[in-house]
Design a protein around this ligand. Structure first.
Ligand code: VG1
Ligand code: CO
Length: 542
């Protein structure tokens, strides 16, 4: 018997860069998750009898919200629900499962790199039938619906046993609990030269993969240790925990500092990597060399033809606007188009669907390709391993070769977290007010060639996204970008992105801090960060 539950709207359910993210205490309020899930369903059409994929990153509240979502999907008329065993599905594995089973869409329960636990964060995102994040037209419709919703549909049925594979009926809906790892691991085997990587492992190459107590543990153990023969213990922190062991599952040099220390030690492994809460990000560190995510994107694109899936070449390379322009130089050398999109994977979906881009990436440690419609942490690790297996060089050699060919884009991101929203908004407003007068002026010896608030028109459907970040471009290819995060759950987070280009006949071994120093001073002069945020230093530098 379908139950119609009366509810009242919440005013704060606006999806951000990647779904709705809130503190657990907000999500745990009566009707809060239900309202959002029903608003998703109310924004969709013609899904009666169709398949919905549900899974999450295993964080606190995951199992409870999965049971809620199953009942609501059944009450709303989905024919089949596919759930990852244990309620687990990494974001890229969910994307693949949607595509593999031709599902209508999927609900992914995750707040990604945000910490988990009773006092931390939870999230829900909706992905469409291509496996990718819902585009803005849908997230806008969902938000509009959350403001007027007055009822949701559910069933009074017992919990589904999430820990046993198999099928049960919830109402008249078939609920199938499936292996979260196998199909994804099989997909990876079709993309990469597993025998070559296995041979490299057998000849003594050593890896270290930090799963950060998040969702990639089971995936990395199956793929790296079981299928590729990496030594047992290659995967560290491999058991997903509801609170990620009390850490931020954010693969950057701050939160994955143990991996960094291991990779800089005298007996370091050859290759190190980490992934985030929901498995869509990757951090790559070679022995004695950290590879920035922007460089990793450029290097993967330049070498992708060494892996079977990309042997025929790439159609195009897409990067988010704040991501360094290193990948553009690769695209130019390959004679293929380079696309610049707003931040967030949802903007890559149409380019991938249309076959315009093959590889996409973001400075925030996200890279992926047309094999799914999400960024994919383990995919990046495997493409790197495939490249290493073919080139038989060290990471240091491969990265230095790249710089000597293309020049180096020195790059860093400074995050000012949890700053008062009013101050952050005032900072952005003051920057926007200067945009018209900046070109032609000089700051810290740098001449401004252009300044704008990034606007994007999707080349496939013409949809327009405005105010995606203020960028200030300087003579010689350097840039400063300012934008506010859309994934935080407390106050505002200001992101300052700094990039300086050094051509291949220049000095390629500066320290990053030294190379970017003039830009950091220029950013303060242009934006008065200290005055607006009350901070003298960023909280996190990546
Ligand atoms: C951040 C990153 C962005 C990424 C997004 C989701 O967004 O900057 O590049 O796509 O997180 O990643 P924002 O709005 O906070 O800058 V994940 O791994 O959280 O799904
Ligand atoms: Co993520």
């Amino acid at each position: 018997m379908i139950q119609t539950v009366q509810t009242t709207a919440f005013t704060d359910q606006k999806p951000g860069t990647s779904g709705l993210r809130k503190k657990v205490r907000i999500f745990a309020q009566p009707h809060y998750a239900e309202n959002f899930i029903q608003s998703v369903f109310d924004s969709l059409a013609d899904f009666a009898g169709e398949t919905l994929v549900i899974g999450g990153d295993g964080r606190y509240l995951n199992r409870e919200v999965i049971q809620t979502a199953i009942r609501m999907a059944a009450a709303n008329g989905f024919g089949t629900v596919l759930v990852g065993r244990g309620g687990i599905l990494s974001t890229p594995a969910a994307s693949h499962m949607i595509r593999l089973h031709k599902a209508y869409g999927g609900l992914i329960l995750s707040a990604s790199h945000n910490p988990g636990g009773p006092d931390e964060d939870f999230g829900i995102k909706y992905n469409i039938g291509n496996g990718g994040p819902a585009p803005e037209a849908i997230t806008d419709a969902i938000y509009a619906r959350t403001k007027t919703i007055d009822r949701y549909l559910t069933l009074d049925t017992p919990d589904v046993d999430l820990d046993r594979d198999g099928e049960t009926l919830v109402g008249t809906t078939r609920v199938r609990v499936v292996d979260p790892v196998a199909a994804y691991a099989d997909l990876m085997e079709t993309l990469f030269d597993f025998p070559a990587i296995r041979a490299m492992m057998a000849s003594g190459t050593r890896l270290s993969f930090d799963a950060m107590h998040a969702v990639t543990g089971p995936y990395a153990t199956e793929i790296l240790e079981r299928r590729l023969g990496a030594a047992p213990g290659t995967v560290v922190n491999g058991t997903p925990l509801p609170d990620f062991g009390g850490h931020h599952p954010d693969p950057n040099l701050v939160h994955a500092h143990e991996l960094h220390a291991r990779m800089m030690a005298p007996d370091a492994p050859d290759f190190g990597a980490a992934s985030d809460g929901d498995g869509d990000r990757n951090l790559i560190i070679g022995r004695n060399i950290f590879v920035t995510p922007s460089d990793s994107l450029a290097l993967l694109a330049a070498n992708a033809h060494l892996a079977p899936a990309y042997a025929k070449g790439l159609a195009g390379i897409a990067r988010s606007m704040p991501t360094s322009q290193a990948a553009d130089r690769v695209a130019a050398a390959l004679g293929i188009p380079a696309y610049e999109t707003p931040t967030g994977w949802k903007f890559f979906g149409t380019l991938l669907d249309a076959g315009l881009a093959t590889i996409c990436g973001e400075e925030s440690a996200g890279t992926g390709s047309d094999h799914v419609r999400e960024k994919d942490g383990l995919w990046a690790v495997l493409l790197w391993l495939n490249i290493l297996a073919v080139r038989r060089q060290s990471m240091v050699e491969i990265v230095h070769d790249h710089w000597s060919l293309f020049g180096r884009n020195y790059y860093a991101r400074h995050d000012y977290e949890g700053v008062p929203t009013a101050g952050a908004d005032a900072l952005m407003a003051a920057l926007r007010a200067q945009l018209d007068t900046l070109p032609g002026t000089t700051v810290e010896g740098l001449t401004v060639t252009a300044a704008d608030d990034f606007a994007y028109t999707d080349p496939t459907d013409g949809s327009v996204s405005l105010k995606q970040g203020v960028r200030i471009l300087f003579d010689g290819g350097s840039r400063i970008v300012f934008r506010l995060s859309g994934t935080g759950t407390e106050g505002a987070t200001l992101r300052l992105y700094l990039e300086r280009y050094e051509p291949n006949d220049g000095k390629l071994d500066h320290s990053v801090a030294e190379a970017l120093a003039p830009l950091i001073t220029a950013a303060e002069k242009l934006a008065s960060i200290k005055t607006h945020t009350g901070r003298t230093e960023p909280d996190v530098i990546t």
